[in-house]
Design a binder for this molecule. Structure first.
Ligand code: ACO
Length: 335
């Protein structure tokens, strides 16, 4: 059984923060940020805004492009590391879309690799589970976890949502040729936002022995990142992963129309393209406008490239995500 991408959509918050705006809160400047990262602006959710609503907006646009009614959707995958409900936000998206038949909806947490993992999961559900129309959404609001006093990381991130509709089709039309997925928990120290537990004053024990204090609740620390290590990791693993996926698909670099990487840093995009011997004209990049939007970055860049006519039906795209976990993965797809 095959699966193909039949629609895409995206949405970004209204609030725009420029490099100059950031230079008013941390010791930085537009030149440093643009030269080191390629980022000029990012969009940020304001306190009253909802990431779930942004995801719904992106999903509706994808359904509209695909000409698929919300009642035909039989699975919603929400790829996010910043859900607005600890138990998952996908069911809220399913409800807001108005899907009548209670289709399954669940979250996938894999940071900036989330969307690639979502695509592969959609394909597995279609091939092995008989699903027909799977909405894959990548949406994140990392601005809520940024340390706005840390100039080494706060300049990088923005908020956004992107979505694609993956549909079952005959095998001749298959649009997901091959994939390659990995993780390395040993690298978590280089990039994380770990849980911090708060204690109550209530002590608890059994038979007179004190076991400890009852937890009061918990929160997460701001993003802790060793930028240099993450940079080295990305430049090392991403080309390897894409080469492996290409080999599995029986393709070579020359058959790729577009390289669509997670938008983390222009220098990472350039270094990966150089290693794969792909000219810069074949690299999709929109991070100047949005920064690193985590799981949203690939579907957001895809949506812009499709709607502007850059990516055309039949084009082959090598896509790859990489980030916290550490996680990374690539997929060779046809639009
Ligand atoms: N403005 C001005 N100077 C700065 C800034 C800033 N915003 N940030 C750091 N500097 C200074 C540093 O203090 C340092 O000064 P020093 O030489 O006096 O010590 C100097 O600039 C160089 O700093 P480095 O950290 O070595 O700069 P680098 O070239 O590595 O660039 C960056 C930093 C942009 C963070 C880069 O390492 C990077 O992009 N790494 C990848 C990060 C990434 O993609 N993370 C997200 C992964 S996705 C996910 O899962 C969330």
């Amino acid at each position: 059984k095959g699966c193909k991408l039949v629609g895409c959509g995206s949405a970004v918050p209204n609030l725009l923060i420029s490099n100059d705006d950031l230079s008013k809160i941390v010791d930085t400047n537009d030149e440093w940020i643009s030269v080191r990262t390629g980022i000029r602006n990012r969009r940020i959710l304001s306190q009253k805004d909802s990431l779930t609503a942004l995801a719904v907006e992106a999903a509706k646009k994808a359904l509209e492009m695909a000409k698929v009614d919300h009642d035909e959707v039989d699975l919603v995958l929400m790829c996010t590391s910043t859900p607005e409900d600890l138990f998952g936000s996908a069911p809220q998206i399913q409800k807001a879309l108005g899907c009548k038949n209670n289709p399954l909806a669940y979250d996938i947490t894999a940071a900036c690799s989330g969307f690639v993992l979502g695509l592969v999961s959609a394909a597995c559900h279609i091939r092995g589970g008989g699903f027909k129309n799977v909405l894959v959404i990548g949406a994140d609001a990392l601005s809520r976890y940024v340390d706005w006093t840390d100039r080494g990381s706060c300049i990088l991130f923005g908020d956004a949502a992107g979505a694609v509709l993956v549909q079952a089709c005959d095998s001749e039309e298959d649009g997901l040729f091959a994939f390659d997925l990995h993780s390395d928990g040993g690298g978590q120290r280089h990039l994380n936002a770990s849980m911090k537990e708060k204690e109550t004053d209530h002590e608890i024990g059994t038979n007179g022995s004190l076991l400890g204090k009852l937890p009061k609740g918990s929160s997460y620390s701001c993003i802790q990142m060793n930028g240099k290590e993450v940079f080295r990791f990305a430049v090392r693993v991403v080309p390897q992963s894409i080469e492996l996926a290409l080999e599995k698909a029986g393709l070579t670099g020359s058959s790729i129309d577009w390289l669509l990487l997670h938008q983390a840093n222009q220098r990472i995009l350039d270094a990966v393209a150089t290693r794969l011997q792909l000219p810069s004209e074949r690299v999709i990049s929109n991070l100047a406008n949005y920064g690193n939007t985590s799981a949203a970055s690939i579907p957001l860049a895809l949506d812009e490239a499709v709607r502007s006519g850059k990516v055309k039906p039949g084009h082959t795209i090598a896509t790859a995500g990489f980030g916290a976990g550490l996680t990374w993965g690539s997929a060779i797809i046809r639009w």
